[in-house]
Design a protein around this ligand. Sequence first.
Ligand SMILES: [Fe+2]
Ligand SMILES: [Fe+2]
Length: 349
Amino acid sequence: MVATLDDTKRSAIAIKLADMKAIQNLIIENEEQLIRQVNDQEIAQRLRDFLEDDRKNLGVLETVIGQYGIQAEPDNTVTQMVQKIRELQQSSELSVYEKVFQHELLKHQQVMTGLTIHKAGQKVGADVLLAIGPLNTVNFENRAHQEQLKGVLEILGVRELTGQEADQGIWARVQDAMAAVSGVVGSAVTQNTDKKDMNIQDVIRLDHNKVNTLFTELLASQNPQKIQEYFGQIYKDLSAHAEAEEQVVYPRVRPFYGQNETQELFDEQAEMKKMLAEIQGINPSNMDQFKGKIKQLMDAVGDHIRQEESTMFAAIRNNLNTQQSEQLATEFKAAKTQIQQKQGVVSSK
Ligand SMILES: [Fe+2]
Ligand SMILES: [Fe+2]
């Protein structure tokens, strides 16, 4: 595989995304337990709302990792930390107040990791920003949860320390703080489409848009090392996307899309793989030759994408119901994840 210095930056972000997924799973476990342990209707209801958001956000994180295109293991220290906190949360050593306190710290860590990934993505490339776009929703909801957890801590803390009720007006203050947060991050959230599950057309289209962005970035660059980096990502993304389509999507659509039309898609992808292999043998310092071949590949991919998004998508719309199409999306994402894992799981030593 092509490996460059810049791949290190991409791998570092992949590890942070894996960290977020490990912490998200812990957050979900914590909330399931806290709901059972807390003796307060209002707080229990808020925790149930968090849990619903957090389960959905785990799905968003998985989609982002698949789009990003590099599967990684979480950092060792994060894995150890998750294990320690899990033990503490399950033990009777901590009061409910102390457990919520710990939970709020986790939310803080999750917010900061999400924001850091976003900032780092801005340095690496437009394709990375595109892939991690849905993280905005996760970051925003975690910030909103954090504000509510501060209120929960105040109520539980005053009760634990004094046996008395905290002052009224806590939730009104929390409400104000959340409004302030949404003022800052709100624009990213109003257009939030993650409430609805993605169907197969949505998921395929995301991949197509990402590879188009990568082509644009590559052709705009004059730096052979950056060009190598972009090509490395194009190679991985196109290979995983095409293989997942061949495993899951094409066999499913063949009966109603047509034998010949489906075969044509297979043939085009075989051609595409040959072109990828050929470009892999060219040194990007021969920039004209390299970019010339990339343009040929981009044209071939463009034709192929147009066929999928016009006639194949129409056939899917006419023959699969919503549930079937969402199910196919789930299968496609799972197949792609497996392929990406075979392409090489990144780990932090
Ligand atoms: Fe395809
Ligand atoms: Fe495709």
